[in-house]
Design a binder for this molecule. Structure first.
Ligand code: BG6
Length: 506
């Protein structure tokens, strides 16, 4: 077997200054700076690069730079080479200010003028909104109104908006409207870190760079699809955020719908941002919106109780700090969705996600229809293995095919077997934070991995009937599962009613 180093013809990104709002937070230290370091190590960061941090706390250019340099080795995904770290942090500025105070933007303008005079960043600016979501609209509006984000003299100005993008359809629409009143759509990059995962990006390649799959990728051959994003992590210290959010909002309209739309979209005319994003939005638009009753029948929501994960005792969700003791927020959600188009009519898509489950496992499993088994009727075969194509996203990055084969011997005995392609067997790839490609793409202006306003709203439109039905039902219908288990029994029933069952979360 040959191992191929991921060959890349990528050029260094455009010279630019990255301005991070929320710079003193976790995201900057844990993910963004380590990702910039990895880009630097791969030769993809521009030579003329500068970084400005914006946050509420008092600090100085030097102190902020030292702070980043100190935390980098702690969070880097590889051994830190001092020379690369020096290059990445060669030009660092800091601005103290409130996100909603116009004076903050005057200070940023002054700092940008100083840095743009010193470094040849060509006036290109990338603003990264790594703040709590309440600050997205005010920052976006100030950037627009102050002129800091105005594209002029050949310089680009782009804004990355972190998740969550809204908390329902109305708020997502309102945020889009606000941002679009001061920025153009092609300046707004709504980030979803799932799209930074290699295996997620590979779904497009698997489907459209191989002639093998497309002819069978439809209701004639596919029985159903299961999308699982299971986490062994509990809510931990995020009780306050999580209790106001829940599993559905936290994971489904963004991460699970990204997986769903890549799996089910029609082939785009070109491998280009607008063509791909239009097909993804169209797919989400084709999902049947359930009535209130259907939403309740086709969904399961549950909370974890106490239990054990990896032999470690876990407290129940309601006992978690900052979680209401009578909370009805779900930590597990399962949905059955129906896509109303010619390719998928009659093929259910089952989605599930939850915290404090037996193991971390993200996968998409495509179940093919059963072969007519009449041919083997007289042989001692009681159950054939099911044909699954499984795309493993994490922790194992792999693609597996499960099928039947003859057990060696004089009689016809059939056993389930599998073939698995593992990324690590073919490609050398340095561990990454998952943000590298996303930041790099934004710096070169490629929005293929970033959803457009229509895609975001189409996702919320599908989730909204479930949110409404659950809100109206209150605590009724909310069930429980033991921490460390595979989820609630009701989720098994959701599939059992259709004569199907979930794959194991192992
Ligand atoms: C985040 C959610 O967006 O994704 C978290 O807010 C969740 O609750 C995380 O744990 C999962 O990401 P990953 O990459 O670990 O699957």
């Amino acid at each position: 077997m040959t191992t191929k180093t991921a060959s890349t013809t990528a050029r260094p990104a455009d010279p630019c200054c990255l301005v991070i709002f929320g710079a003193s937070g976790d995201l900057t230290h844990r993910l963004l700076v380590p990702a910039l370091y990895n880009l630097g190590a791969a030769g993809l960061l521009p030579k003329d690069f500068a970084l400005i941090g914006v946050a509420r706390s008092e600090s100085s250019n030097e102190a902020f730079r030292d702070d980043l340099a100190k935390s980098l080795p702690k969070f880097a995904t590889r051994q830190v080479d001092e020379a690369v770290a020096r290059q990445v942090l060669a030009c660092v500025g800091y601005v103290q200010g409130e996100p909603d105070d116009p004076k903050t933007y005057d200070k940023i303008a002054r700092e940008l003028a100083r840095i743009e005079g010193e470094r040849a960043t060509k006036g290109n600016r990338l603003f990264y909104l790594a703040t709590p979501p309440v600050a997205f609209a005010p920052i976006g509006c100030h950037l627009g109104q102050s002129g800091l984000a105005r594209q002029e003299n050949g310089a680009w100005r782009r804004v990355i908006v972190e998740k969550p993008f809204g908390r329902d359809l109305a708020s997502a629409r309102a945020l889009n409207q606000k941002l679009l009143s001061v920025l153009n759509e092609d300046q707004i990059f709504r980030i979803d870190h799932y799209l930074g995962k290699e295996t997620v990006q590979n779904i497009l390649v698997l489907r459209f760079a191989n002639g093998l799959f497309e002819p069978i990728w439809n209701r004639d051959h596919i029985d159903h699809v299961q999308i699982t994003v299971a986490e062994a992590l509990t809510v931990g210290r995020r009780g306050g955020y999580y209790d106001a959010t829940g599993a559905l909002r936290d994971m489904v309209p963004n991460h699970l719908f990204q997986l769903l739309s890549l799996i089910a979209m029609e082939p785009p005319a070109r491998f280009a941002a607008d063509a791909v994003r239009a097909e993804k939005a169209e797919l989400l638009d084709s999902i049947q919106l359930p009535t209130n009753g259907e939403a309740l029948r086709n969904s399961v929501r549950a909370q974890y109780g106490e239990g054990y994960i990896d032999n470690r005792a876990v407290e129940s969700y309601r006992d978690t700090k900052n979680v209401a003791p009578d909370s009805t927020t779900e930590t597990y959600a399962a949905l059955k969705l129906v896509i109303d188009n010619w390719r998928w009519a009659g093929v259910p898509f089952y989605l599930r996600t939850g915290k404090a489950l037996r193991a971390k496992r993200t996968e998409v499993a495509i179940k093919f229809k059963q072969a007519p088994i009449a041919m083997f009727r007289d042989t001692p075969i009681d159950r054939l293995a099911q044909n699954f194509l499984v795309l493993g996203i994490q922790p194992n990055e792999c693609i597996g095919l499960e099928f039947n084969a003859k057990v060696p011997g004089p009689s016809i005995a059939i056993g389930g077997v599998g073939m698995t392609f593992k990324y690590e067997d073919y490609f050398d790839s340095a561990p990454s934070t998952g943000y590298e490609t996303l930041i790099y793409d934004c710096m070169i202006g490629d929005a293929i991995l970033y959803p457009r306003a229509d895609g975001i709203e189409a996702g919320w439109r599908v989730v909204q009937p479930f949110l409404d039905a659950w809100r109206e039902a209150g605590g009724q219908g909310l069930t429980n599962y033991r921490a460390g288990s595979e989820g609630p029994a009701e989720a098994d029933r959701l599939l059992a009613e259709d004569g199907r069952r979930w794959r194991a979360i192992a």
